[in-house]
Design a protein around this ligand. Structure first.
Ligand SMILES: [Zn+2]
Length: 354
């Protein structure tokens, strides 16, 4: 079963993929009832489609939403428990029937989420307006195809948002506490590559070299965040669920505020990162200045207010973000008040309030 999203299914890249499968005499059907910020209903309908057509595997074709939905469908295709029973809490994943998990081939068409190298999916629970992480080690795709030509047609703003998401993965992984030099090394190199190639891919969408480097860097960012994410994702997950805004855009807006809030504990790492990026000044302030400049170049707004988010739900967002699985690995320890403050600063666009 080829899983893609409702927008992509109308485009040539999906038509081409279907053509290739037909030429190869592979029986398949297409499932595209997947929205941005995929929901439990998208997954449940996909499972029904999968079982009705007696499929034996899933091709995840698209951006993070399609890949996350496809991975959750593959996990759930042969389970007797329900989707939320596999939320990434405690040892829930051990209750899965491994023989009931379909094999996955992942083909990303954006360079950002890195979901193709991850063992989890983020699925929205429409009822509680929350995003839940569904986890199983076998949700890691068996084969990944990184083909830069599939990302050539990506509009500039999606290139920017998804590309900064990849950078946020690498930065949050790099500054997460905990001992994981291997993840940190991968994170640093991913940040260097994104800094070099994202502006190129943004300015010239047909720059195949930049597109290819971005795909690899996005996979590296997601590999690195095995070490953990942080408050950018803690807050962005809630905003995605409540306001249905794009994950990458939310992360891109939130990033400098989170760095500012964490600055008392990340200075040494930011000094090193600024040397890697060959900035003239070194330290957290220099990295924040660099990020602000990059965002400007990529036409990313400075505040959440500019994309229609206000402070009405700030208290609730702080509380929900505190419970997000990304919170415990944030660089500095956080409580709900800190996260509320971070959100409010990003709404009004005031870095100095942190
Ligand atoms: Zn992300």
């Amino acid at each position: 079963m080829l899983v893609t999203d409702s927008g992509l299914v109308k485009l040539d890249i999906v038509a081409n993929a279907k053509h290739i499968l037909k030429e190869a005499d592979i029986d398949f059907t297409v499932y595209s009832d997947v929205q941005g910020n995929p929901t439990a209903a998208n997954v449940l309908n996909g499972i029904a489609h999968y079982n009705k057509n007696q499929h034996d595997g899933v091709i995840a074709f698209g951006g993070g939403s399609a890949i996350d939905a496809a991975k959750a469908i593959a996990l759930m295709s042969g389970q007797s428990l329900s989707l939320w029973d596999f939320e990434d809490v405690g040892d829930n994943w051990t209750h899965a029937d491994i023989n009931g998990i379909a094999p996955i081939i992942a083909i990303p068409t954006t360079a950002g989420t890195g979901s193709e190298v991850g063992r989890a999916s983020v699925i929205s629970d429409e009822k509680s307006q929350t995003k839940k992480i569904i986890f199983h080690p076998k949700m890691l795709p068996e084969t990944v195809i990184l083909d830069p030509e599939l990302t050539i047609g990506l509009p500039a703003h999606i290139t920017a948002w998804t590309g900064v998401d990849a950078m946020v993965h690498a930065i949050e992984a790099y500054i997460a506490p905990g001992f994981h030099p291997m993840a940190e090394g991968i994170a640093i190199e991913a940040i260097r590559m994104i800094a070099k190639y994202l502006p190129r891919a943004f300015n010239d969408g047909s720059d195949v070299e930049a597109r290819g480097q971005m795909l690899v860097a996005a996979s590296m960012g997601a590999t690195a965040f095995q070490k953990g994410l942080g408050s950018v994702h803690s807050v962005a997950h809630q905003l995605g669920a409540i306001y249905n805004k794009e994950h990458g855009l939310l992360n891109a807006i939130l990033l400098p505020y989170a760095l500012r809030q964490n600055r008392s504990v990340i200075e040494e790492k930011m000094v090193y990162l600024s040397k890697v990026l060959e900035l003239q000044e070194h330290g957290t302030d220099a990295i924040i200045a660099y990020i602000l400049q990059l965002r400007k170049e990529l036409n990313i707004p400075h505040s959440l207010k500019e994309i229609g988010i206000n402070e009405d739900e700030a208290k609730r967002i702080g509380k929900m973000a505190f419970k997000d699985p990304s919170t415990p690995s944030n660089a500095m320890p956080l409580n709900a008040d800190n996260l509320e403050k971070l959100f409010r600063a990003a709404v009004i666009g005031e870095l100095n309030s942190l």
